[in-house]
Design a protein around this ligand. Structure first.
Ligand code: ZN
Length: 481
């Protein structure tokens, strides 16, 4: 039987506020354990939470960027459960009246655009972190707890089960990350846990409109992990069904090293949490005026920016998509084009050499030693014929690793291209005189002989000859013009 997957994602993102959601403690990552805490986020008796207005602003911003309706009336609820990283034994979250709902996010996979429904966006507080003395909680004689992260503001963004393949899920998460970064509400560092993703997965026969039993997958710490975990889980469910078994509704954990999902616990239901309205916080009444003010403050979002690059610079949609996938990369591109208006050439260098070196070093564009002015200067040297395209690549790598400007590298390494016609003509004549057989071949119609002669001139000049000029001089002398 042919099966299709039904996937929905729950994404948690830490917000880039200075202080926590219900107290004044810093949200800075790291720090000595239990130094970013106070009686409120430790849940000591008698303390009261005070809502951080910036958290609401960020939630509205993301709600708008995801085309949601912003609630006029919203409230907080307690989600009750016991775990050592949760000092109050409840998490302040939102249950039936989230701040935003009913949106959508367009994604593109294999050139096709698809709209993914956004069920809801809600605000909540993060829990603390357990540090196990062994490799896992079940294999540790004891665990320590760090409450620095307790009370850091989170947004939970829940998608409709509209995703059908692991590629779509990955495209959705990448797009969502781009929007969170463009709007500057989160730094989205998956490795620091500021962007986390759980997936609900089920499969059903193609053509069926009923949902199968779903499992929830946790612990996927990268885009690649998300894709691999979903591929594994879909295949696992298919094998269970094909061998006559039944899918158990449960929470499973992705084991990155083994490349499998393993059962963690049976899936809890919402009623297990005994949600009830948070009595220590008043409900939120959101004024339309404020929402409109936030709407006006939204920056140009990835899709609009992509359209602009296609429209204003004539970039191919593929280039525009890659460049606008990250706000920092798009900013780098825009700043370079402002200095060197040949947009397609800039795009080729950004997508080619720059991304290649960044990926190889696992670096973010913000950590790149090459700045827009440096790349623009390199391209200018190439346009002027001072350096060849081949030299430019060598210089680019040097710029990337040392941060030096291209002019300095050209001077230090004597990389200036020979564009002096008289100087090159002498070399060309020498090469022709030394290779009479090849010259004859060319005259006999062997076009490839020209390539050999160009190569010889480049060899004689240690690669510094201007290749265009070499071609021109050779053709003149061989009488093919
Ligand atoms: Zn605190």
């Amino acid at each position: 039987m042919e099966y299709e997957a039904v996937i929905g994602l729950e994404v948690h993102t830490e917000l880039k506020t200075n202080s926590k959601v219900f107290c004044g403690c810093t949200t800075a990552f790291g720090g000595e354990p239990n130094t970013h805490v106070c009686p409120i986020c430790l849940g000591l008796p008698g303390v009261l939470p005070v809502l951080n207005k910036r958290v609401v602003e960020f939630a509205i911003k993301i709600g708008l960027a995801l085309n949601c309706k912003i609630a006029a009336f919203s409230k907080f609820d307690r989600k009750n459960y016991y775990y050592p990283d949760l000092p109050k034994n409840y998490q302040i979250s939102q249950y039936d009246l989230p701040i935003a709902a009913g949106g959508y996010l367009p994604i593109e996979v294999n050139g096709e655009t698809k709209s993914i429904g956004i069920t809801r966006v809600h605000m909540e507080e993060d829990a603390g972190k357990l540090l196990h003395s062994g490799e896992s909680i079940s294999r540790s004689p004891y665990s320590l707890v760090d409450y620095n992260r307790t009370g850091v503001p989170l947004l939970e963004i829940v998608s409709e089960p509209d995703l059908r393949t692991p590629e779509e899920a990955r495209a959705y998460l990448e797009k969502l990350k781009a929007i969170l970064q463009y709007t500057d509400v989160s730094d989205c560092k998956m490795e620091e846990g500021s962007l986390r993703c759980d997936a609900n997965v089920s499969i059903r026969p193609v053509g069926s409109d009923k949902f199968g039993t779903k499992t929830e997958i946790k612990n996927m710490n990268s885009f690649r992990a998300l894709q691999r975990a979903l591929e594994y889980e879909i295949q696992r469910q298919r094998e269970v069904l094909e061998s006559g078994g039944r899918i158990v509704q449960e929470t499973r954990s992705w084991d990155e090293a083994k490349g499998i999902t393993v059962s963690m616990r049976s899936k809890e239901q919402a009623h297990d949490y005994r949600y009830f309205p948070e009595p220590d916080l008043v409900p939120l009444v959101i004024e339309r005026e404020w929402v409109e003010e936030i709407r006006r403050s939204l920056p140009e979002l990835p899709d609009a920016r992509k359209e602009r690059l296609i429209r204003d610079y004539g970039l191919p949609p593929y280039d525009a998509g890659v460049i606008t996938s990250s706000r920092d990369l798009a900013d780098f591109f825009d700043r370079t084009v402002a200095l060197h208006p040949d947009a397609k050439t800039v795009s080729n260098w950004v997508m080619g050499e720059l991304l290649r070196l960044l990926n190889a070093g696992n670096l973010d564009i913000t950590r790149s030693l090459i700045k827009p002015a440096g790349l623009a200067e390199l391209l200018r040297l190439m346009d002027q014929g001072t350096i060849s395209g081949k030299m430019a690549k060598v210089i680019f790598e040097e710029m990337f690793s040392t941060g030096k400007d291209p002019g300095t590298i050209v001077r230090e390494q004597g990389l200036v291209q020979i564009s002096d016609e008289g100087e090159l003509a002498a070399v060309v004549d020498r090469v022709l005189a030394g290779n009479p057989g090849v010259v004859e071949d060319f005259r006999a119609g062997k076009e490839r002989a020209l390539g050999f002669l160009v190569g010889q001139v480049m060899k004689e000049t240690k690669g510094k000859a201007n290749p265009g000029l070499v071609n021109k001089l050779l053709k003149e002398r061989l009488g093919s013009n």
